[in-house]
Write a protein that binds this ligand. Sequence first.
Ligand code: ATP
Ligand code: MG
Length: 445
Amino acid sequence: MKNKSLTFKIFLSTFSVGVLVYFLCALVFITNMYGYFEKKIFEELKTESTLLEGYNLSENSEDLSVLSELKTQNRITLIHTDGTVYFDNTVDASGMENHALRSEFLKAKEDGMSTSSRYSSTMLEKTLYFAKLLENGDVLRISCDQHTVGVLVLGMSQILLIMLVIAMIISGVTASILSKKIIEPLNKINLENPESSDVYEELKPFTKRIAEENFEKSQREELRQQFTANVSHELKTPLTSISGFAEILKQGGTDEKTTKDFADTIYEESQRMIALVNDIIKLSKLDEKSISLEKEPLSLREITREAIEVITPIAEKKNVSLNLSGDSGLINGVRPVIYEMVYNLIDNAVKYNNEKGIVSIRIETITETHNVILTVQDNGIGIPEREKERIFERFYRIDKSRSRELGGTGLGLSIVKHAAKYHNASVLVESKEGDGSTFKVIFIL
Ligand SMILES: Nc1ncnc2c1ncn2[C@@H]1O[C@H](COP(=O)(O)OP(=O)(O)OP(=O)(O)O)[C@@H](O)[C@H]1O
Ligand SMILES: [Mg+2]
């Protein structure tokens, strides 16, 4: 059974601890008291035996009739040295069996006196014996019956039950007070700023976690706002120019060449907007981790070759040569996402290259680990050390005007980073300003 009430849990533990302690105490107390009383009884029996020795204790003595009249709670037995019982103040002695083998008799004969105890067959009673060797060789035995510990406990069962009820009430009250006290500061925690709240030391990790989550949440919120602002800005620029050129065309009167130039610009700018929107869609798809894109075995080399084919005409315009080497690079991935990643890296290597530059693309499979490494190296303009981290941010461009001229929106490397993360791959950059850059994507199997 799953009980989620704190009060009940505290009740259960205080109650069980209480009951356990109570029973332990009771047990120790009862056994101690019992032992003490037993000792007292033996002492009493011994005293009585000394008193009885004032009588003439022997077979056929006249004093025996006095003994049988004696007002005592205890049983007095006189045993002949051979074990036959010749007097008993409670039953007819002649009917009693021989006591020669009784331990108290034997021990008294040996040591002068002895004590012993025996349980009754029902275990409800215990008989304590004190035996003493008389001068004439007979043995005087005095005994009394006592309740056993079990009977005592049973007799106390009413008190025990009352104590249990009291324990239950105390535990219940304690539990309800305690749980209220424990919960009170919890309810007072300021969730906006949990670390300012005065809470238990044990709760510090909890408030710290909330604070961290709050911080992450506000950061995510800030990023989202930034992203929205960036998107609006990026869309506004081409839209403004489209609207401007369209306005002029609308008024009419432009010659045929100008009209065509304007139409070209409008077309280019709208293409740019489409590309931007497409990039945003790709990014948000990669962001939504809930949508799981189907992964399949892919040859990284084959995909790279496709990308190279598309980029070659652009590269040729700049006299940049592209060369591909290495093995087939088998990975498990989402084809369009991998394509986008490879395309962006090669596209950058061409875009940020100089006239007659060289782009080398290499695919390697590490034999032991089967990890696959994609290297895209160029000898272009390079990346300053301080920009290396930032280039992966959305919309981040080192040289805004140059990148824009080249039709870039600054989303390419952001897509690369997300695509790599999606495939459990890491991206590394090595670059020296003016010497070129090397991007490595390591697919960890
Ligand atoms: N190979 C490279 N050599 C030098 N600079 C680079 C290289 N690759 C990226 N960069 C720098 O990093 C910036 C961000 O690159 P990213 O690919 O994200 O955007 P982009 O190329 O400007 O636009 P997009 O890829 O969206 O068309 C670029 O603007 C450029 O300044
Ligand atoms: Mg790019």
